[in-house]
Design a protein around this ligand. Structure first.
Ligand code: 1HN
Length: 377
């Protein structure tokens, strides 16, 4: 997507409207030879009338990728690879430098076989994972071991030591990783360290994090207040999330743009679970077609169940279980559950905490055409 060069507003005072002349071209060449340039040559591009994403809405079909992800587990060992992750690339040239999938977000599919471990390390980048397949997997985050099952959402906050594994009697496990690597590398703030041992020895009882902080509305009263900049609840279980969505659907009519939608939040603050990335799980009722809106910030979706499609930037993207798609900043989108009998579930992660903390979050609902996009082409 690129800026419409013939925007009539570009003729307004305050916009750059300088015609080239032989003298100017010579002047520009002189500037360039001194590592300088004239601002007015670039101004309209770097000050668009509204955000213009360089990313395309993109769909990654799980049935296209699953065999390749499994094949990576035959070809490469996790201790050789560091992390055996197949990176999702945007269907555009944007963001290649930082392997961005969309905007500030990196995403990949990680696979682990029973008995395997991913060596312990830490980095400035924050990570989160959505478990697509497998039981008997675990992660250890700063000594807290957390067991993982299908459709669980799990945090690896920035600066925390982490290693993952699958127990010998577990299943092959595939999860979607989401990291803020492009943001950290653009800010040039990313540090990486390896742990002295291949894996951490858990320091606490297994699953102490969800057992301590996982009860709705209840926080332990016998200790110092949690003061870290991320959620003490490291895993959000699918059975709790699903129950909460059904309860929400009985309580009211939900969001016109998202159906019933819950934010994975820090139970101590009610805010985002991590500083740079947030995540949601949403439920669309059978046959539901939401209204179109757009907002600043980028979103990666993963269908956690059901069938449907989303209209993104005027194009239909059809999804079924574990298909992944993205919505870039300021692109119109609406969602449709095509089943007449079953709910559809969309997990998503985003860079909204960055937008919000810099006061950059903006949202607009579509007013024309009864709130729905016209299909392109
Ligand atoms: C990372 O640390 C993991 O720990 C997965 O599982 C994917 C992609 C880029 C940078 C760090 C992990 C990653 C990553």
């Amino acid at each position: 997507m690129s800026q419409n060069k013939s925007d009539p507003r570009d003729k307004l005072r305050g916009r750059s409207n300088v015609k080239d002349s032989p003298e100017l071209i010579e002047f520009y060449e002189k500037l360039e030879s001194k590592s300088a340039t004239a601002f007015w040559r670039r101004a309209n591009d770097i000050e668009p009338w509204e955000p213009i994403t360089r990313y395309n809405p993109t769909l990654w079909r799980y049935q296209d990728l699953r065999d390749l992800v499994l094949r990576s587990a035959e070809l490469v060992k996790p201790e050789e690879a560091g992390r055996r992750v197949i990176v999702l690339m945007n269907d555009s040239d944007a963001g290649r430098e930082h392997t961005a999938c969309v905007g500030w977000l990196f995403s990949g599919l990680q696979v682990m076989k029973p008995g395997e471990i991913t060596p312990a390390h830490k980095h400035t980048a924050s990570a989160q994972r959505f478990i697509m397949e497998g039981g008997g997997a675990y992660t250890v985050v700063d000594g807290h071991q957390v067991t993982l099952n299908k459709n669980d959402y799990v945090l690896t906050p920035n600066g925390c030591w982490h290693d993952h594994g699958v127990f010998e009697d577990g299943d092959i496990s595939i999860w979607q990783d989401g990291l803020d690597i492009p943001l950290m590398n653009s800010l040039e703030t990313n540090f990486y360290s390896v742990y002295p041992e291949v894996a951490q020895v858990p320091k606490y009882n297994i699953d102490d994090s969800p057992m301590t902080y996982g009860a709705p509305g209840l926080i332990p009263a016998d200790r110092e207040p949690w003061d870290k900049p991320y959620s003490p609840l490291l895993v959000y279980r699918w059975k709790d999330t699903k129950e909460a969505l059904y309860n929400l659907s009985k309580a009211g009519s939900g969001s016109p743009f998202d159906g019933y939608i819950l934010r994975y939040s820090n139970p101590v603050t009610g805010g985002w679970a991590m500083k740079t990335m947030g995540a949601h799980m949403q439920m669309l009722k059978p046959g539901q077609h939401t209204k179109a809106h757009r907002h600043t910030g980028n979103v990666m979706y993963n269908c956690a169940g059901g069938v449907g499609y989303s209209i993104i930037g005027g194009r239909e993207f059809h999804w079924q279980e574990h298909d992944i798609f993205c919505v870039p900043s300021w692109v119109w989108h609406e969602h449709v559950n095509t089943s007449g009998s079953d709910e559809a579930f969309l997990y998503s992660f985003n860079d909204f905490p960055v937008m919000e903390s810099l006061s950059l979050y903006q949202e607009e609902s579509m007013s024309e055409n009864k709130g729905h996009q016209k299909l392109a082409g």
